[in-house]
Design a protein around this ligand. Structure first.
Ligand code: BES
Ligand code: MN
Ligand code: ZN
Length: 492
């Protein structure tokens, strides 16, 4: 979807659909007031009728003295005190109504969408991001691919100053939306399409035509040479060869230390020999959503030409119960030299991340952030609203918490106290790969922390946020907005 910015007045503006907000207590937004004046109280009479219900929209045709074909009323939050959450809800409701109508283009008035505590740029960013993400459909595997009628959105401003702020915000928001949708495409693809090899091909594809982005694929032979026994212990049960994808985005000065993003890329998680139960196992195709968020974030960085160095590492593998699969009780040696007793082959994410996190040290990172659909326990703890956050550096944790808040893609911190490390003790190796039933999200992070001693590190457990189940089944593209917000503010 194409988003442009233009200065115009509501009543005379030509458009297939003008989208205007009516705030709580039937208070018309500034653009609604102007349309109401032009149409001689047409809007206020309709609003008084009560047909615009809370959280809903109302589509009007033939509004007198208005040049546009349609006017879509959208019920918004409190005038002057609308939260980001309310704004996103209203934007999504508007997007649904627009896609149900036949309108090929639409116009929104920036003043209608100002968020409490934010400016015009902030509003423009969230409008572009939300509408870009709302236009997403996963149709590539359907025979009749019904395309959306809505192709263009215009953000309407009142003056030159607002126009330049809106342009800057719209550019960033659109890039984030595109990154989110890319992550969703990778996540939604079934595991027979989206294999580790497919992810490697997608990485090469992403690189094409982008001089600041480099891609290298590390094959299993090289993993052996590097001593990545932990990562290889997961791929050994699969016919699909593992790949370690290395992105280097060089937007900053050559000497600037990079932010390293590490994404779990298990393209299908059967559990291995510790086989998972059948119910909802199909959803384990989403077990590469951490990897997908790294792809999406790098794409967004490249789109906006972010002046920062970012490295993306994606260990990609299947977790299958083949004849060469790891058995419970097997002991492997990780790239760090530490030995691991694999008591449960379904705790595979931490095994592949361990070696990728060791590999991350060679980039002399400023910070390392890993993103992983790591534990079912995190879904129990936080549900689908917040990702789990754990870190060895409180300043980094605080920045990620703040980034999540302002991006509307929140995370919530859990402790990483030493006491929890005890649960990983075993008689047979340096550590076990599981720590028992209690505090499963934290002990998974404790395991990772043993491979991240050389740098500032944070772990995002996105098991609850990366996809939705039920009738809304599909990848969400989270936490691309959080990561982009963090990167945008990284050196400030
Ligand atoms: N990919 C799963 C985690 C997961 C499960 C995410 C369900 C979302 C929904 C991960 O590889 C896994 O299987 N974790 C185990 C760890 C356990 C064996 C310690 C889990 O959470 O059950
Ligand atoms: Mn697993
Ligand atoms: Zn997994």
């Amino acid at each position: 979807m194409d988003i442009s910015v233009k200065q115009a007045s509501p009543a005379s503006m030509k458009s297939a659909c003008l989208v205007v907000v009516v705030h709580e207590k039937r208070k018309l937004s500034r653009s609604a007031v102007l349309l109401n004046e032009a149409s001689k109280d047409f809007l206020s009479r309709i609003v008084k009728s009560g047909d615009l219900r809370k959280g809903k929209t109302l589509l009007l045709h033939n509004v007198p003295n208005v040049a546009a074909d349609r006017v879509l009323l959208v019920a918004g939050g409190k005038a002057d005190a609308t939260t980001l959450g309310q704004t996103k809800k209203a934007l999504n409701a508007a997007a649904t109504a627009l896609s149900d109508s036949g309108a090929a283009n639409a116009a929104l008035f920036l003043d209608d969408w100002l968020i409490e505590g934010g400016d015009a740029q902030h509003a423009a960013r969230h409008i572009s991001e939300t509408l870009t993400a709302a236009s997403y459909r996963f149709t590539e595997l359907k025979s009749n691919d019904n395309t959306l009628p809505l192709k263009r959105v215009t953000l309407v401003t009142k003056d030159g100053r607002q126009t330049s702020a809106a342009k800057a915000g719209a550019r960033i928001g659109h890039a984030i939306g595109v990154g989110v949708n890319f992550a969703r495409d990778l996540g939604n693809r079934p595991a027979n399409v989206c294999t580790p090899t497919h992810l490697a091909e997608q990485a090469r594809e992403l690189k094409k035509g982008r001089v600041k982005l480099r891609v290298e694929i590390i094959e299993e032979k090289r993993m052996h040479e590097l001593g990545m026994g932990s990562l290889l212990s997961v791929s050994s049960g699969s016919r699909q060869p593992a790949k370690l994808i290395v992105f280097q985005y060089r937007g900053g000065p050559a000497k600037q230390k990079p932010v390293v993003l590490v994404g779990k890329g298990v393209t299908f998680d059967t559990g291995g020999i510790s086989l998972k139960p059948a119910a909802t196992m199909d959803e384990m195709k989403f077990d590469m959503c951490g990897a997908a968020s790294v792809f999406g974030t790098l794409k967004a960085c490249a789109e906006i030409d972010l002046p920062l160095n970012v490295v993306g590492l994606v260990p990609a593998t299947e977790n299958m119960p083949g004849g060469l699969a790891t058995r419970p009780g097997d002991v492997v040696t990780s790239m760090s030299g530490q030995t691991i007793e694999i008591l449960n082959t379904d705790a595979e994410g931490r095994l592949i991340l361990a070696d990728a996190l060791s590999y991350a040290a060679r980039f002399n990172p400023d910070v390392v952030i890993d993103i992983a659909t790591l534990t079912g326990a995190c879904v129990i703890a936080l549900g689908e609203h917040a990702s789990g956050l754990m870190s060895n550096d409180q300043k980094l944790a605080d920045r990620l918490l703040a980034a999540g808040d302002s991006a509307g893609d929140r995370c919530w911190q859990l402790p990483l106290w030493d006491e929890y490390q005890e649960q990983l003790k075993t008689n047979f190796a340096d550590m076990a790969n599981v720590g028992g039933r209690s505090a499963g999200t934290i002990t998974a992070a404790c395991f990772l922390s043993r491979f991240t001693k050389k740098y500032r590190w944070a772990h995002l457990d996105i098991a609850g946020t990366a996809w939705l189940g039920g009738t809304k089944k599909g990848a969400t593209g989270r936490p691309v907005p959080l990561l982009m917000q963090y990167l945008l503010e990284h050196r400030r």
